[in-house]
Design a protein around this ligand. Structure first.
Ligand code: GDP
Ligand code: MG
Length: 436
């Protein structure tokens, strides 16, 4: 599973304080392998991972995110770019506008035709489905059943063996009957073959459709890319439809088709229900492939809000074991700037459910802030100074109790201890300075 493998690749970066040439190289190699295993074309996988590496080395790691998280973000950006970045809709010009559906047999053309008709009908359009698969009698029935289900008229001529003529008649019928869109469902074969290509090419030439879509089963892996290439050479289609994304697909086809044929993926289809059709959004697909919860938006938020200089200053102090209450306060401010604390925690993978019923509000840090603000500057930078009479004074000043101050001091001590351990783990010699 691609998501799983990518997740594992990112884990190799976990616990590393920085993105370096060496640790990125290892992770990027694993990302590449995961992509190739998921049927992404090797050259495409190489290009994208080269870009990920370049991006990663050029960016600073914020104190609030791990290098692994940052790399997830970069990977998602690059994957989205690879799939075209923006969502591209179909054209519905012309009266009626004609949408030609192409693809191999079994790719999901007829099902998709029904879904698209349903979608357009819901947008208030007058839609006609044209049954131009002349080879299988059952194909007409299949379309008719779908049409009935969604309340869209189906044009068919069971005796006619000329797909182009049927399509032209359908368009005429549409004009005469106030339909604004004709969806032309066509015949496919099990593999690319000359007769099929001739027929679909002449349909394209004769009908001059406003939109030609190529439908491809996303479960067919590398083959999907090759088929797309052949159809594109013949048809110069406008967009791709990826079907059967509901199965346990490896998803790689989605990633490479765009790069190989340079045509946008316009729809994804995932299921046999008539509602199971979605516009294709590259960023969402990238996120889905990565399956990393909302790490990406967490990183985005952190990047937006965290003041880079302050972050550098703090991380230096942490490395030197000089982190004090003054820094703690500054960090609290930054966390608050990032918005709702509960939302923030909820974005971490696996945290959503656990904190759902917890009562964390943004005021949770208020007493802590009050306590720190009631300390003198000396006390903030040197918590060891704290004694009974100071605590009493601070408790009165902040409207808290000595007990609360003791709790905070203990938490702070634990936090420092953890930072010290982390410094040691990263093998840093810089952690020798400071006190505690
Ligand atoms: P066509 O030969 O290209 O017209 O393909 P069909 O529309 O007849 O679909 C072939 C088979 O795939 C049928 O059994 C459909 O029910 C099924 N199918 C089509 N689209 C999807 C999809 O998005 N998900 C799943 N799971 N099955 C689909
Ligand atoms: Mg069909």
């Amino acid at each position: 599973n691609l998501s799983y493998k990518l997740d594992r690749a990112f884990k190799t970066l976990k616990g590393q304080g920085q993105i370096t040439e060496v640790n990125v190289a290892t992770t990027v190699k694993e990302i590449r392998r995961a992509l190739v295993d998921a049927d992404v074309n090797f050259k495409v996988a190489k290009d994208v991972t080269d870009r990920i590496k370049e991006e990663a080395l050029g960016r600073d790691v914020l104190i609030s995110v791990s290098p692994g998280q940052l790399l997830v973000k970069i990977t998602q950006e690059e994957l989205a770019k690879m799939m075209g970045e923006k969502q591209v809709d179909i054209s519905t010009e012309g009266s009626p506008s004609t949408i030609l559906i192409s693809g191999l047999q079994g790719s999901g053309k007829t099902t998709f035709s029904g879904k698209l008709a349903n979608r357009l009908k819901k947008q208030g359009k007058q839609v006609l489905l044209a049954a131009c698969d002349i080879y299988r009698p059952a194909a007409i029935d299949q379309l008719k059943v779908l049409g009935e289900q969604i309340g869209v008229e189906v044009y068919a001529e069971p005796e006619n063996k000329d797909a182009v003529k049927i399509a032209k008649n359908a368009i005429k019928f549409a004009k005469d009957n106030g339909k604004s869109i004709v969806i032309v469902d066509t015949a496919g074969r099990l593999a690319v073959d000359e007769v099929m290509m001739k027929e679909i090419s002449s349909l394209k030439k004769e009908l001059n459709p406003s939109e030609t879509l190529f439908v491809v089963d996303s479960m067919t892996g590398q083959d999907a890319v090759n088929t797309a290439k052949t159809f594109n050479e013949q048809l110069d289609f406008d967009g791709v439809v990826l079907t059967k994304l509901d199965g346990d697909t490896r998803g790689g086809a989605a990633l490479s088709i765009r790069t190989v044929v340079e045509k946008p993926i316009k729809f994804i289809s995932s299921g046999e229900k008539m509602e199971a059709i979605d516009l294709f959004y590259p960023d969402r697909m990238a996120q889905r492939i990565l399956g990393m919860g909302d790490v990406v938006s967490l990183v985005e938020k952190a990047q937006e809000t965290f003041d880079q200089e302050e972050t550098n200053r703090l991380s230096k102090k942490i490395r030197k074991n000089q982190f004090d209450f003054e820094d703690f306060l500054s960090q609290l401010q930054q966390i608050k700037k990032m918005g709702n604390v509960k939302d923030l925690l909820g974005m971490l993978p696996g945290m959503g459910k656990q904190i759902k019923d917890l009562d964390i509000d943004d005021d949770a840090f208020k007493p802590v802030e009050a306590i720190i603000r009631s300390m003198t500057y000396e006390e903030r930078s040197n918590p060891e100074l704290m004694n009974a009479s100071r605590k009493k004074r601070i408790a009165e000043g902040s409207g808290t109790s000595v007990q609360e101050i003791n709790n905070l001091l203990k938490q702070f001590k634990d936090m420092r201890k953890m930072m010290k351990t982390m410094n040691k783990m990263s093998g840093s010699k810089r952690g020798l300075a400071g006190f505690n």
